[in-house]
Design a protein around this ligand. Structure first.
Ligand code: NDP
Length: 284
């Protein structure tokens, strides 16, 4: 039997429809959700991501602002833009696309975004709130993965979950969310010894390394739920994940494809975070 394929395009469309309805309701109180996206430099993948984010905002009825700067933009100029957006009442969410050019301190930029407009959930206050079980904004990619697991009605309480990758934007918040939901979580990184020993024990395996097709069928427990966060472009120009989809599909219980899996969910959850930010201003 081959694995169920978890359709991120379909699930994200449902979430986006719900967000559009919430935006329409908010509009009756004279509030249009606003997202500002800042892109510095000309990284081709980042350009595609920000275009997709802005297009999704417009479809949901949001006001969106895309600010694009050359790689020579100074750190001070970028910080000044972020501070101005912090003060702009028409903007509820601010997203600075990473990675930034090497001369800019990404941490400083993220800390300069007002925590209540940090719809990526990367600000240290938001990381701390997530860690202590009181999240204000959940980082979009792990949030999207949790929605996928929920839609599949995956039993998280007592499950063994293994997250490969420990970045601040994916691996660490992913592990925190799974553990808050009652799973027993192991986080692996590039120094992990005998990685496949860990992966073969996982009921839920989340892979976020950026290493194309590094997980094959021999590393997966039969029936496991396999979530592939990776986005890699092969020499043939095609996208692939960190999981060898064709082989793992033969043993897993459910699996996400690349493209069409976690990627569209990330954008949908950005919209969810932005509408929530806008709704909070109404409550205030
Ligand atoms: P980072 O490069 O920041 O982190 C990669 C992590 O993977 C690190 O913790 C690293 O370990 C670990 N790692 C690398 N190689 C191995 C290995 N061979 N075995 C075990 N662990 C390993 O990446 P991100 O978290 O930003 O992104 C990961 C992937 O997810 C990328 O492909 C990225 O494009 C994709 N991505 C997809 C998104 C989506 O919407 N679908 C959104 C964000 C990212 P160590 O800590 O030891 O260095």
């Amino acid at each position: 039997m081959t694995a169920r394929v978890i359709d991120g395009v379909k699930l994200s469309a449902t979430i986006r429809e719900d967000v559009a309805q919430r935006a329409a309701k908010l509009a009756t109180s004279g509030i249009q959700p606003g997202l500002a996206v800042i892109l510095v430099g000309s990284d081709p993948a980042s350009q595609v991501y920000v275009r997709n984010k802005v297009a999704a905002c417009e479809k949901a009825g949001f006001h969106s602002v895309l600010e694009q700067y050359g790689a020579e933009l100074t750190q001070e100029a970028l910080l000044a833009r972020v501070r101005a957006l912090n003060e702009d009442p028409s903007i509820h969410g601010i997203l600075v696309q990473l990675p930034l050019p090497a001369h800019i301190d990404s941490h400083l930029v993220i800390e300069t975004i007002a925590a209540q407009k940090d719809v990526d959930g990367f600000h240290i206050s938001n990381a701390g709130l997530l860690m202590t079980g009181k999240p204000l904004f959940i980082p979009c990619t792990p949030y999207g993965v949790m929605k996928m697991l929920e839609s599949e009605q995956v039993q998280l309480r007592g499950a063994v979950a293994v997250v490969i990758g420990a970045s601040n934007i994916v691996g660490k918040p992913m592990a925190m969310l799974l553990q808050s939901a009652g799973a027993t979580v192991t986080i692996c990184n590039s120094k992990t010894k005998d990685l496949s020993w860990h992966t073969r024990h996982a009921d839920i395996l989340v892979v976020a390394t950026g290493k194309p097709k590094m997980i094959d069928a021999s590393m997966v427990k039969p029936g496991a739920i396999v979530i592939d966060v990776g986005i890699n472009r092969g020499a043939d120009g095609k996208l692939c994940g960190d999981v060898d989809f064709e082989s793992v599909k033969q043993v897993a219980g459910a699996i996400t494809p690349v493209p069409g899996g976690v990627g569209p969910m990330t954008i949908a959850m950005l919209l969810v975070n932005t509408i929530e930010a806008a709704e909070r201003t109404q409550q205030r």
